[in-house]
Write a protein that binds this ligand. Structure first.
Ligand code: BES
Ligand code: MN
Ligand code: ZN
Length: 496
């Protein structure tokens, strides 16, 4: 169940609830503001804990107190904000997530929170409210629908209390924007966490159709003969071995008088067994998430449809499964991509770049100002950058820089990897225009130079999310499993 978030004008100390959340910066000995007021009402228990060094305000650290009836709230939770110099929206999301998880643990039904950060470090109230909302909704996420017994006690209500009536409208705007964004990230997580016997190409096509219908977007699906007619030969080759046939999904948001047109292309491998270049068992694990790029594009479009910026945003999703059968495409095959380029298959496990090749050429023909593709493309990117940094590369430095800057703003960081002639030459084929893989050297960049062949002159950036789309250990507001990266970064980039 989702937490219901609301805003209330009033005095923190006077509100009844199961848990009252306040905060403290590291190094503060005499709490002020809302925390100070609660401390005074409790007869100085918070400052006593600080004096006795039981609580130092370290980021995400907690002090939980029973109020013993001194105020209407049953319990008070003080969360540490860390050092004031390092404080920003990222820290607000983290402490908000920390608080909601603690609330669940103590089975608090109704939680009241101070608006972390308002007025500090030049942060406007709406940004703080958005960050509190995102932290709570993202941190509260779990994928438990297949558990027969779900023992989690959800938090029903989170109420942000603010004394200053003049700020309430801004805070409400922040809550509503944060709710739209976090809900879309959670939908992206759900789609990627769903098992591959549920999320098939057919399922994603129906999902996109229904979502578009509900949000007033246009949705077009190509399947069967239409894919042949449209020369989506690489997508057809990769998808051929599967009992679940491939499809190509296009979703358009087209406001009047748009200032620019952005194409988002998402890798949609509902399963990647590797094909005939079969993955070893341990590498096949979690390859249900090989459609996380496609799921992220749908997540972004969900936000865009609700927040309605003056920018055309179109999603292009090549969707299929990479499987093994007598009809599998083979190592040594030569495919002719949609743009006419011939591709020698060096490894059937380098399938993502093949389906993206056809999708990128559709986008390139569409006259977009920018193309951004999002793909769980290479294990090499995960090896190089780990699970915090998305690899970004492309043919246009200002575009790369602008997307990375948006990522920095929302805490979805990106690292620029190189594309150059020497790496392109690694993919030279003896018999065709290009081959789809080579040695393991610079493998993420090899993926990039391959994709570059299909975007023409359009400014383009490629985001390799192989490392960042999934975590094996939870973080503050990111669960174990699928993260929904880079939905928030792309929303931030498009909304500006
Ligand atoms: N889907 C994988 C990449 C991947 C690996 C994503 C681990 C998430 C976690 C991709 O299709 C793949 O198999 N890439 C190969 C390419 C190689 C054959 C050139 C890889 O990275 O090993
Ligand atoms: Mn693969
Ligand atoms: Zn793959």
């Amino acid at each position: 169940m989702k937490v219901d978030i609301s805003v209330m004008q009033g005095d923190l100390v006077q509100v009844g609830c199961d848990l009252l959340v306040v905060n403290l910066f590291a190094g503060v000995t005499a709490p002020g503001g809302g925390t100070g007021a609660v401390d005074a009402a409790l007869g100085g228990w918070i400052s006593k804990a600080i004096a006795e060094q039981d609580f130092k305000g370290k980021l995400n650290s907690m002090l939980l107190l029973d109020t013993h009836g001194k105020i209407l709230a049953t319990r008070v939770l003080v969360v540490g904000l860390g050092e004031r110099e390092k404080f920003g929206a990222e820290q607000i999301r983290q402490v908000s997530s920390t608080a909601i998880k603690a609330a669940k643990k103590v089975k608090a039904n109704t939680v009241v929170t101070i608006l972390h950060g308002a007025g500090i470090a030049g942060l406007p109230a709406d940004c703080c409210a958005q960050a509190v909302t995102e932290g709570a909704l993202l941190g509260d996420y779990s994928f438990s629908k297949y558990k027969s017994k779900n023992e989690e006690v959800p938090v029903a209500k989170l109420i942000m209390v603010e004394l200053d009536a003049a700020k309430i409208a801004d805070i409400e705007a922040g809550v509503s924007k944060g709710t739209v964004i976090a809900s879309a990230v959670n939908v992206t997580r759900d789609l990627s966490n769903e098992p591959p016997n549920v999320v098939t190409p057919q399922f994603l096509a129906e999902y996109a159709t229904n979502m578009s219908e509900a949000l007033g977007l246009q949705c077009t699906i190509w399947s069967g003969e239409k894919l042949v007619e449209e020369r989506m030969n690489c997508l057809l080759a990769v998808g051929r071995a599967s009992a679940n046939p491939p499809c190509f999904i296009r979703v358009d948001y087209t406001p009047d008088g748009a200032s620019k047109r952005v194409a988002l292309v998402g890798k949609g491998l509902c399963y990647d067994s590797g094909g005939l270049s079969l993955k070893p068992a341990e590498h096949m694990r979690h390859m249900k998430t090989d459609m996380a790029g496609a799921a992220a594009v749908l997540g972004v479009l969900g936000v865009i449809a609700k927040l309605r910026p003056g920018v055309v945003v179109s999603g292009f999703l090549p969707v299929c499964e990479n499987m093994v059968s007598g009809t599998s495409y083979k190592v040594d095959d030569v495919l002719t991509a949609r743009n006419g380029m011939t591709i020698e298959i060096d490894n059937t496990d380098a399938e993502g770049r093949l389906v993206l090749a056809d999708a990128l050429s559709v986008a390139a023909d569409g006259g977009f100002d920018e193309i951004i593709d999002i793909a769980t493309l290479t294990g090499g990117c995960m090896v190089a950058l780990g699970r915090r940094w998305t690899g970004i590369m492309g043919n246009n430095q200002p575009l790369i820089d602008a997307i990375s800057a948006a990522g920095d703003t929302v805490g979805e960081r990106m690292w620029n990897l190189p594309l150059d002639e020497e790496i392109r030459e690694m993919l030279d084929s003896d018999i065709a225009d290009i081959k789809n893989s080579a040695s393991r050297e610079a493998s993420a960049s090899q993926g990039g130079v391959f994709l570059q062949e299909f975007v023409g002159d359009t400014p383009w950036a490629h985001l390799d999310i192989a490392g960042t789309s999934m975590l094996d250990k939870e973080r503050a507001y990111e669960p174990k499993g699928c993260t929904g990266v880079p939905v928030r970064a792309l929303v931030e980039y498009i909304l500006g």
